[in-house]
Design a protein around this ligand. Structure first.
Ligand code: FES
Ligand SMILES: [Fe+2]
Length: 450
């Protein structure tokens, strides 16, 4: 989508221009905290401030992070503000209709440049002293500019630009590493599982309404990991919600616990799980009735329709997750080791008639909106884990990720390494990649000679 233009490259050159004491960036070797082969996780990775700070440097500053959906930008000047890790970001469409992303912090004294959630503008003007930046990130006007030294060069004070912005079927991602592996390469086999949500309609998808945002007391990984790997909790945690949705009003017993399905775990930390059923279907009746399942089988293949198209759950490493049957895409924004902010969009197929889109939206709200009957169950578990994790003894007791160890294989039907529906395989893959990234220097740590 965008490569830095020359003036933002000059601005970006100021990253790290002043050298900082080593103490600011002392890295911890996390290899003893994650045993992804043995399925053990040390609880400190959810609570330690130093680990959290290292994640900002070595996970969020170097991974592909979800920014926005292409349908949020229709004309030049449309913008949306978000975060990459804890870094505030403006995503906007420039005059050439290219989607670009900038650090949302004024280059003068660092105030948040754009305070609106979304909107349309010609310029981003800082409310502190009035520096103004155009849609290409260039610093266009500086009040009382004559008072600055002669060598003051506006080109060097443009917005810091996210150098790598790419999209996959409507989902826009950004990466601070200009030399990062491409988004598509990084997703690899995960694209097959994503296509079952993003590619049902030749017109693609769009988001409806705004972004729902809420805060949870829990480390961001608890949510990301669960969406990658955890079907196991469904029967227990969501028993009452499933009872409400069941036509018979009975709880999920043996027939659901015995559900067959698969779980995919990627070497890049992505994960997806789903029950398999020849009559897989959407729960919202108008959505189910809208779909021509035969046409979908032709478009996506039988295996995709009988598995990941409906009741799946998934995470794109590190913190973007989705639920196809609920039409939910979301980001788990880290807000300190003990807190996350959930930002959730309703995703629908573009060609759906309005009443079908609305049925999907309402089903989304009932199940996985901020007060959805399933969402509340999940948030409760994560905050219960976090609330007690700071106890010294508690923090020293490892967590168990051993379900399905050794079951990963290429099953000949679903791409990549897959395991059973009830398994921690994708969780182990998530933490294997997390630990590798945490122990590997990122772009900003490379020396000139390297
Ligand atoms: S902080 Fe933005 S103009 Fe001064
Ligand atoms: Fe859940």
């Amino acid at each position: 989508m965008s490569d830095c233009t020359s003036h933002t490259s000059e601005a970006n050159a100021s990253i790290g221009r002043m050298s900082r004491p080593e103490a600011f960036t002392q890295n911890i070797d996390v290899s003893t905290l994650v045993d992804s082969d043995g399925g053990l996780i040390d609880r400190s990775i959810y609570t330690e401030t130093s680990i959290y700070a290292q994640e900002q440097r070595r996970i969020f500053a170097r991974s592909w992070l979800f920014l926005a959906h292409t349908s949020q930008f229709k004309k030049p000047g449309d913008f949306f503000t978000t975060f990459m890790g804890e870094d505030p970001i403006i995503v906007t469409m420039d005059k050439t209709k290219t989607i670009r992303a900038y650090l949302n912090s004024c280059r003068h004294r660092g105030v948040r440049l754009c305070r609106a959630d979304a909107g349309a503008t010609k310029m981003f003007t800082c409310t502190y002293h009035g520096w103004s930046f155009d849609l290409a990130g260039a610093l266009q006007s500086v009040p009382n500019e004559k008072a600055y030294p002669e060598d003051f060069d506006r080109k060097q004070w443009g917005l810091i630009e996210v150098p790598n912005v790419q999209s996959y079927k409507g989902l826009i991602f950004g990466n601070w590493d200009k030399d990062a592996q491409s988004l598509e390469e990084n997703l690899g086999d995960m694209r097959y599982y994503m296509d079952a949500m993003l590619d049902r309609d030749p017109e693609g998808t769009e988001v409806m309404g705004g972004v729902m945002k809420w805060t949870l007391e829990g480390n961001w990984k608890l949510a990301a990991e669960q969406f990658a790997t955890d079907w196991y909790h469904v029967n227990m945690s969501h028993a009452s919600a499933l009872m409400v949705l069941s036509p018979t009003g009975r709880g999920p017993k043996a027939e659901i616990a015995a559900t067959p399905g698969r779980q995919f775990g990627s070497e890049n930390g992505h994960g997806a799980g789903f029950p398999t059923h020849p009559k897989s279907r959407f729960d919202a009746r108008p959505v189910h009735e809208y779909y021509d399942y035969e046409a979908l089988r032709e478009r996506l293949g039988d295996a995709a329709v009988e598995g990941p198209m409906t009741t799946g759950h998934a995470t794109v490493f590190p913190n973007f997750s989705y639920l196809p049957v609920n039409g939910s895409i979301r980001v788990w924004h880290p807000k300190g080791p003990d807190k996350m902010e959930v930002w959730a969009w309703v995703l629908v197929d573009k060609s759906m008639p309005d009443e079908v889109k609305d049925a999907q939206r309402l089903y989304n709200l009932r199940t996985f909106g901020p007060s959805g009957i399933f969402e509340a169950d999940d948030g409760e578990n994560w905050s219960e884990i976090q609330a007690i994790s700071h106890g010294f003894v508690t923090n020293n007791v490892p967590l168990n990720f051993q379900m399905g160890i050794g079951s990963e294989r290429n099953d000949g039907t679903y791409p990549g390494q897959t395991s059973e529906l009830y398994s921690d395989a994708a969780g182990r893959a998530f933490y294997r990649h997390w630990s590798k990234q945490m122990n590997t220097p990122a772009w900003h740590e490379r020396t000139e000679q390297a």
